[in-house]
Design a protein around this ligand. Structure first.
Ligand code: SF4
Ligand code: SF4
Length: 503
C-alpha cells in the first residue's frame, strides 16, 4: 500500500561536489542512498532518512546536507503537523509508536530559568588555576556519627569505617546495558570510568566477563527481568542499583528483540540466543516498601554488607514521599531519573506525557529528606536531561549529590540524537549489535572522547565554584542561596525553594 507519510527530511546533494564515490551508499544502514549503475547516478530514498548525519559526516567532499522536509499542512491550532503524521503512521502500522532518547517536547527547561551567583567584593572569588578546587564526592550511605581514635604517633584517626565510594568528580555514567548499546561503547564507558575515577552502570543486561576487570568502577543493576543476575554477578561491582523505573518510560517494562540477542548478549543476560528479553513493568516480588526492603537486604546479605545498595526510580508525582520510603527501606543511594532521560526504546506517548522534570524532583526530594532528618543518610543521584556543566552545578546547588549522564556520554561517542535507537540500525555503531555497524566505534577513541568531556566539564565546574567563592563541591551541595529564578512563577520558585533574581 502506498504510504501517505511524507519524508521527514530532505537530502540535498551538491552535484558539483559529488564524485560518486558511493561512501554514502555504504555508510547508510537505512539504505537511503542507492547507486544506479545504468544511469551512473546516486539517488536518495528520503522517506527512510532519520537525519543521523552519518553520510554527511563521511562524505569526502561535503556534497551532502540533510534538512527538515518543509511540507506545511493547513494551519490548524488543534491538528498540528506532528499529530497528523503520528496518527497517519499508526493508521498504516497498527502499532504503538516507538522512539529512542528522551522527551523532546517543548516543556519548560527549568535549568534555563535558573542563574548562578558570583562573588563580588566580599567573600572573594577563587581562581581555580591558582588555588586547589575540590570536586571529590563520596557515594553511598553517610553515617550520622563518626568515631575517632588516637593513632600510634599521637595523631587522631578516623575509627569508623565509612564504606563510601570515592568519585573524583560528581558525575557518573547512567545505566546503559550491553544489548541496548554496543560492546565497544560499553567498553569505552567502563574504561573511561576507570581512568576518571568515577562509575559506570551495567544497566539491566548483566555483565559480560570482559568487563569484570572494571569492577571497582561498576554499578551492577538489578532490574525486573533479572537478566544475568546471580550471586557472582552482584559481587562484581562496587555498588548495586535496583531499577524500579526510568525517566523515559516510567511504569513501563523493557523489550530487547530476539534478533539483537546474539551469542555474547545471550551469555551476558543468561538467556537463549535469539529469544526476546522482556523486562516486566513491575518487579514481581515487590508490591510494597516492605518488599523493596526485603530485596535491598537480601542483596546486602549476599554481598556481605560491603557495598552500597541503591534504588533507581523515575521522577513522577509524589517522588518525595516515594524517596523517603526508599531511604527508610535501607537504600544507600537513590537515583532519580527525570522525564528527559534517554532510552534505547520507549513508546512515544509514554515518553512524552509521563513523568516530571528532574529539577522539581531534586528540590522536592531534598526538602522532604531534610525535613525528616534523613537527607545525610543517602546519596541522591540525579539524571535525565543534563546537557552541560552549568546544569550540573545548578542541580548540585539544588540538592543532588551526584549527576548521572547518559545521552551526553553517547553524544561524546558520536551519537547525533536522531532518536532511532530502537531500530537497531544506528549508523554510528552505538545503539546496535550489527557487527558491520558496531565496528564503527573505536573503543579507544570513544574512551578518549568521554574522558575529554568529563575533563572539560570538570574545568568548567571549577570555574563556577571559583566564581561563587566556593572551593569544594561539598560546600555547594543543597546551597540554594547560590541560585535565583528568572521568569519562573511564584509556585515554581516555591517548589524549587529559590528566590527570584533581584533578591
Ligand atoms: S559520499 Fe558524498 S561524494 Fe560520495 S557519493 Fe555520497 S554524496 Fe557523493
Ligand atoms: S545512539 Fe544512534 S540511533 Fe540512537 S540517537 Fe544516537 S545516533 Fe541515533
Amino acid at each position: 500500500m502506498l504510504s501517505c507519510l511524507p519524508a521527514k527530511f530532505k537530502i540535498v546533494r551538491d552535484s558539483n561536489r559529488c564524485i560518486k564515490c558511493k561512501v554514502c551508499v555504504q555508510q547508510c544502514a537505512y539504505e537511503v542512498h542507492n547507486y544506479d549503475a545504468e544511469e551512473d547516478e546516486i539517488f536518495s530514498e528520503e522517506k527512510s532518512c532519520v537525519s543521523c548525519h552519518r553520510c554527511v559526516n563521511m562524505c569526502p567532499t561535503q556534497a551532502l546536507t540533510v534538512v527538515v522536509y518543509q511540507l506545511d499542512y493547513v494551519p490548524n491550532a488543534n491538528w498540528k503537523k506532528l499529530d497528523i503524521m503520528r496518527l497517519t503512521e499508526q493508521a498504516e502500522s497498527g502499532g504503538v509508536l516507538l522512539t529512542g532518547m528522551g522527551n523532546d517536547l517543548a516543556y519548560p527547561i527549568i535549568w534555563d530559568n535558573i542563574v548562578l551567583n558570583a562573588s563580588q567584593v566580599t567573600n572573594p572569588s577563587i581562581d581555580p588555576l591558582r588555588e586547589p578546587m575540590e570536586l571529590r564526592t563520596y557515594f553511598g550511605r553517610k553515617t550520622n556519627t563518626v568515631e575517632i581514635e588516637m593513632g600510634e604517633n599521637g595523631i587522631p584517626q578516623l575509627k569508623t569505617k565509612l564504606g563510601l565510594i570515592k568519585l573524583e568528580v560528581p558525575i557518573i555514567f547512567s545505566a546503559m546495558s550491553f544489548g541496548s548499546i554496543s560492546y565497544n561503547v560499553h567498553r569505552a564507558l567502563a574504561q573511561s570510568a576507570k581512568d576518571l575515577g568515577i562509575l559506570y552502570n551495567t544497566g539491566e543486561g548483566g555483565l559480560h566477563k570482559d568487563f569484570y576487570q572494571y569492577g571497582s568502577n561498576t554499578i551492577v543493576q538489578c532490574a525486573s527481568g533479572r537478566f544475568g543476575i546471580d550471586e557472582y554477578y552482584l559481587q562484581q561491582g562496587v555498588a548495586i542499583e535496583i531499577k524500579i523505573g526510568q525517566g523515559a518510560k516510567p511504569g513501563i517494562g523493557g523489550h530487547l528483540p530476539g534478533e539483537k540477542v546474539d551469542e555474547r548478549i545471550s551469555m551476558t543476560r543468561m538467556i537463549p540466543t535469539g529469544t526476546d528479553a522482556i523486562s516486566p513493568a513491575p518487579h514481581h516480588d515487590i508490591y510494597s516498601i516492605e518488599d523493596l526492603r526485603q530485596l535491598i537486604f537480601s542483596i546486602k546479605e549476599v554481598t556481605y554488607y560491603k557495598m552500597p545498595v541503591g534504588v533507581k526510580i523515575a521522577a513522577v508525582h509524589n517522588v518525595a514521599a516515594i524517596s523517603s520510603g526508599i531511604a527508610r527501606a535501607g537504600a544507600d543511594f537513590i537515583t532519580i531519573d527525570g522525564f528527559r532521560g534517554g532510552t534505547g526504546a520507549a513508546p512515544t506517548m509514554i515518553r512524552d506525557n509521563v513523568g516530571i522534570p528532574i529539577e522539581f524532583a531534586i528540590a522536592s526530594v531534598d526538602d522532604r529528606l531534610r525535613q525528616e532528618g534523613i537527607r545525610n543518610e543517602i546519596t541522591l543521584v540525579a539524571s535525565g536531561g543534563f546537557r552541560n556543566s552549568a546544569d550540573i552545578v545548578k542541580a548540585i546547588a539544588l540538592g543532588a549529590d551526584v549527576i548521572a549522564i547518559g545521552t551526553p556520554a553517547l553524544i561524546a561517542c558520536g551519537c547525533h540524537v536522531c532518536q532511532n535507537c530502537y531500530s537497531g540500525k544506528c549508523n554510528w555503531g552505538i545503539a546496535t549489535q550489527d557487527p558491520q555497524l558496531t565496528k564503527r566505534v573505536n573503543p579507544d577513541i570513544a574512551t578518549r572522547r568521554l574522558k575529554n568531556l568529563i575533563r572539560a566539564w570538570s574545568l568548567e565546574i571549577k570555574e563556577f565554584l571559583g566564581a561563587m567563592g566556593v572551593n569544594a563541591i561539598e560546600s555547594l551541595r543543597g546551597n540554594r542561596e547560590h541560585l535565583r529564578g528568572i521568569g519562573l512563577s511564584r509556585n515554581y520558585l516555591d517548589i524549587l525553594g529559590i528566590k527570584e533574581v533581584g533578591r
